[in-house]
Design a protein around this ligand. Structure first.
Ligand code: TRP
Length: 450
């Protein structure tokens, strides 16, 4: 993987595969494994998944290509990339930094829950299929005061250490083992879950759309989820794209990364929802849903403790390969703009994020009665504002920027490596980025605000 550390000479990804794995590493994370099953469960399953796919095809692939192309062309961070092409657009990158900051604050709290469950699998405490015990176990963790904050601190510290040390070598090499490992594990778990007695109901819930469940809220959640899951709308893929060599096939990469990401999300849904139905858990249980569904599945597997340990370890690595990309976007801004050294920038930002995250963590416990946006607690408000509004807004502005300001001719020239590659869907992409993307996002915004 490219060393994001140095400022003098820009390094490049070790290989084409290295970039795809690192970018997929950023995309595949708690958004797929925790949020996707949770949001799908909340929004009635199939209807949500259908809308998710529509938005993925109209906006997801389109913006993935746009971000990577912009990054490679400018070879700069999120803010610098906008500034280099049009000075007065730099604030759009700044909006992305803000979103990354907010997301990491609660992301790290969930990362902490994962570490706690990893340790729980060691003691065997997780092996139970009694719904009451399962609910109680998760509830007592997240409503705690000190415990979840300590785990959140450990997760944040791990993220900071990786980002300070530069992410060369280790992550690129390890993701070559971890990503396929995660894939195999989740397939195995999905198979077990789908064959549980009563599990079919969960498959139906996820895959058969019930159109009476459709509402503008579902569409807004799906839009936010596409951005969140693909790491789009805040310049993360601009940053990763900036470390690409001139010979990479960007249209191909921009197709593969969303496919991997969506594959993992669907598998996570197929792993979680059947178990939820088989054990009479609540599909609308929020972010806690995987922490409730998985113990029940592992209880039904031979060597359940072993599998549960390996699984939560893979979830943890998937979460870390995403959290570092979130922190990196903020750090590179502070390093570039405030001329701070990397170590100081990571320490400062890490501490602030730790404090905000701790407030988020408490909002599931003692501070749960304090409501912010739309009757949500602080944790869910951070998630709702950043994922559902800031990321799509960043995406809308990116569409306008690439489609109209920088221009699609320039973008296509970059995407085809100056005409050397064929990009067969180029004319479709132009329509999507200039018209369909901006109009679709604007309509969802306006409808959801009314
Ligand atoms: N995509 C990651 C996930 O699904 C989270 C993430 C990493 C992210 N970088 C991002 C989300 C940038 C939005 C923007 O877990």
């Amino acid at each position: 993987m490219a060393n994001l550390n140095q400022n003098n000479e820009r390094e490049q990804w070790g290989s084409k595969l290295g970039f795809i794995l690192a970018a997929s590493g950023s995309a595949v994370g708690l958004g797929n494994l925790v949020k996707f099953p949770a949001v799908a469960g909340k929004n009635g399953g199939g209807a949500f998944v259908l809308v998710y796919f529509i938005i993925l095809f109209l906006v997801g692939f389109t913006l993935m290509l746009a971000e990577i192309v912009l990054g490679r062309h400018t070879k700069l961070n999120a803010i610098g990339a906008y500034r280099k092409i049009r000075k007065n657009w730099a604030w759009v990158g700044g909006l992305g930094v803000l979103a990354g900051f907010m997301i990491l604050s609660y992301y790290s709290v969930i990362g902490g829950w994962v570490i706690n469950y990893l340790l729980k699998s060691l003691t065997g405490a997780l092996k139970t299929s009694d719904a009451e015990v399962i609910n109680q176990m998760f509830g007592s963790l997240v409503t705690g005061t000190v415990e979840p904050i300590v785990y959140h601190g450990i997760f944040m510290l791990a993220t900071m250490i990786i980002v300070i040390g530069g992410i060369g070598g280790g992550i690129e090499k390890s993701s070559k083992i971890l990503m396929p490992g995660l894939f195999i594990m989740i397939i195995l778990i999905a198979l077990r879950s789908m064959t549980l007695p009563g599990g079919v109901e969960g498959i139906k819930y996820l895959l058969v759309p019930d159109f009476s469940k459709l509402s503008i809220g579902v569409v807004l959640d799906a839009l936010g989820q596409v951005f969140f899951s693909l790491s789009l709308g805040m310049g993360c893929m601009i940053t990763y794209g900036s470390y690409l060599g001139e010979d990479t096939n960007i249209p191909q990469s921009a197709t593969i990364i969303p496919l991997i990401d969506t594959g993992v999300a669907l598998l996570a849904g197929l792993a979680v929802l059947p178990a939820v139905f088989a054990y009479n858990l609540d599909p609308n249980a929020g972010m806690g849903i995987i922490f409730k569904a998985f113990p029940a599945i592992f209880a039904q597997l031979p060597f359940g403790n072993f599998f549960s340990f390996i699984f939560f370890l893979l979830v943890l690595f998937a979460a870390l390969s995403s959290s570092i990309s979130l922190l990196e976007v903020c750090v590179s801004y502070v390093v570039d703009e405030w001329k701070m050294n990397r170590k100081a920038a990571v320490t400062l930002l890490g501490l602030i994020i730790f404090v905000i995250g701790s407030i988020a963590s408490l909002s599931y416990g003692p501070w749960g009665h304090i409501k912010f946006v739309a009757g949500l607690n602080f944790f869910d408000s951070l998630d709702f504002i950043s994922a559902n509004y800031l990321l799509p807004l960043g995406g809308l502005l990116l569409c306008i920027f690439v489609g109209w300001v920088w221009g699609t001719d320039n973008a296509i020239k970059e995407a085809t490596n100056g005409g050397k590659l064929t990009f067969s869907l180029a004319s479709l992409w132009v329509i999507l980025i200039k018209y369909v993307g901006p109009v679709a996002i604007t309509i969802v915004f306006i409808r959801s605000l009314i």
